[in-house]
Design a protein around this ligand. Structure first.
Ligand SMILES: [Zn+2]
Length: 291
């Protein structure tokens, strides 16, 4: 990564000593020969008043199902400078987005069948949906979106993204009998490919659903458990979406999967092999390198 001066964007910079920060330790200091100003490198935690460990601890607790207010209580008991649940919420949104920009561009090695389904959310009488698709071989959540309605367009959007990311590896798309799927699958994967049998849309009716969709249903159960504390996603649909991106990251990269012998879906579907204990921090640092 090339170091750029934050003041004038010049790359004509040299190292000049170190700068001690309270929360991020010793940081390399630079001197810009174009504008004669000094600066420190902007790490992912630049100008954050809290340490990377504390921030990633909050992310980890949150995706394990602890509410932002409970995390705030925890910090009050164990850290001299605590943080409010609002800051915690902002960290979750900020770093989920950051990691997602990196993970959503990874090449995937998946199997031949993908399942798609939705989870309904009701908050203060308003409906919203989390639409997601999972590769049945690696259990990797290939694509997802958090939306206000589950029409054909919203389903198509998730299917198109899944198609792009799996790059011709998928031959069967399985869904329940919800009518909008048929058209959405046609639109996303191509009517003629389906007519010629190159892509198969397998529809499973409610009666059979229990056996078939067990994989995605199980994931949804754990999703519901972890998101019951979300309390209507304070703020915009955009931040709600970032929070769900974070869940996708947690599910794909962090949580060991029992059915995969303790591996994560990303161990099987991507080239990313996380080795550090703090996987959140490892992912944030990886995503920074790719900037
Ligand atoms: Zn400069």
């Amino acid at each position: 990564m090339k170091i750029t001066c934050p003041h004038c964007k010049s790359q004509d910079v040299v190292k000049r000593g170190f700068f001690q920060t309270a929360t991020n330790g010793k940081q390399q200091r630079y001197y810009c020969k174009s504008c004669n100003k000094k600066f420190i490198e902007q790490t992912p935690f630049y100008r954050m008043r809290n340490s990377p460990n504390k921030i990633t601890l909050c992310l980890d607790l949150f995706y394990k199902g602890v509410s932002t207010r409970q995390i705030q209580n925890h910090l009050q008991a164990f850290y001299p400078h605590n943080a409010s649940w609002v800051s915690i919420y902002q960290w979750i949104v900020k770093y989920s987005k950051k990691i997602s920009q990196f993970t959503s561009n990874l090449k995937l090695q998946v199997g031949k069948e993908m399942q798609i389904d939705e989870v309904e959310y009701k908050t203060k009488g308003k409906q919203s949906w989390f639409i997601d698709s999972i590769d049945t071989t690696t259990r990797f959540m290939v694509a997802s979106n958090y939306v206000k309605s589950r029409g054909q367009n919203e389903l198509k959007q998730v299917l198109k993204l899944a198609k792009k990311k799996t790059d011709n590896q998928i031959e069967t798309i399985t869904s329940d009998g919800f009518l909008a799927y048929s058209k959405a699958v046609n639109l996303a994967f191509g009517y003629y490919k389906i007519k010629r049998g190159e892509i198969k849309h397998k529809v499973v009716t409610q009666l059979k659903k229990e056996g078939f969709n067990i994989m995605i249903e199980r994931m949804h159960n754990s999703l519901r458990q972890r998101t019951k504390t979300f309390r209507g996603f304070h703020g915009s649909i955009e931040s709600a979406n970032a929070i769900m991106r974070g869940f996708e990251i947690y599910y794909n990269f962090i949580r060991p999967h029992l059915a995969l012998n303790g591996k994560t879906p990303s161990d099987l579907a991507t080239d990313i092999k996380l080795s550090e204990n703090n996987k959140w921090l490892e992912l944030i640092n990886l995503s920074n390198k790719k900037d």
